[in-house]
Design a protein around this ligand. Structure first.
Ligand code: HEC
Ligand code: HEC
Ligand code: HEC
Length: 96
């Protein structure tokens, strides 16, 4: 029954396949749309889903401004010597 593990391994290597067929999630909100490269961020988090999915993968119940600014900006502003991401408003919120 070894074949049963194949999809799991594949998902681990290829990242999550989203319903929209892309590796990106788009959060439209009043400040400006945030384009989130999910697949890339899985790698940035060393495939540790718990960095963002505190309980289980999938929709994040508390997702919103407070959650995003804590978890996302928290990692973009790391200790010296680590990789950094955008911390300015415009770095994440794109005005359209
Ligand atoms: C850097 C943060 C981050 C990491 C790491 C991360 N995710 Fe996510 N993921 C999110 C966010 C944000 C959402 C959107 C949540 C929402 O809208 O409620 C999401 C959504 C999802 C969804 C639902 C997609 C959809 O179409 O709505 C799945 C499934 C998922 N993640 C799986 C995973 C798995 C599996 C891992 C680990 C390999 C992982 N995630 C790692 C941030 C992350
Ligand atoms: C594990 C740490 C970590 C977490 C958590 C994280 N990011 Fe990032 N993010 C990064 C790093 C590092 C970069 C820079 C990547 C690069 O320069 O290639 C980045 C880059 C970005 C970018 C710039 C475009 C891009 O894809 O390079 C956006 C937008 C972004 N992150 C949004 C988010 C959002 C929204 C969340 C929360 C849902 C989030 N990030 C959570 C580490 C993180
Ligand atoms: C690391 C990326 C990132 C940065 C930097 C960032 N935000 Fe956000 N922000 C988000 C995400 C993701 C959400 C949640 C979007 C959602 O729930 O649709 C959000 C939500 C918000 C909301 C709530 C919008 C709504 O309609 O509910 C406001 C207002 C906001 N941000 C303002 C700001 C301001 C002002 C700055 C600069 C001081 C900023 N953000 C910087 C990612 C970021």
């Amino acid at each position: 029954m070894k074949w049963i593990f194949v999809p799991v391994v594949f998902a681990g290597l290829a990242g999550v396949a989203f319903a929209n067929g892309k590796d990106f999630l788009e959060f439209r909100n009043s400040k400006g749309t945030v384009i989130f490269a999910h697949a890339k961020h899985e790698k940035l988090a060393d495939n540790d889903c718990k960095v963002c999915h505190e309980n289980q993968v999938g929709a994040i119940r508390s997702f919103g401004k407070a959650y995003a600014h804590r978890v996302c900006i928290g990692c973009h502003e790391p200790e010296a010597g680590k990789m950094e991401g955008p911390i300015t408003c415009e770095g994440c919120h794109q005005s359209s």
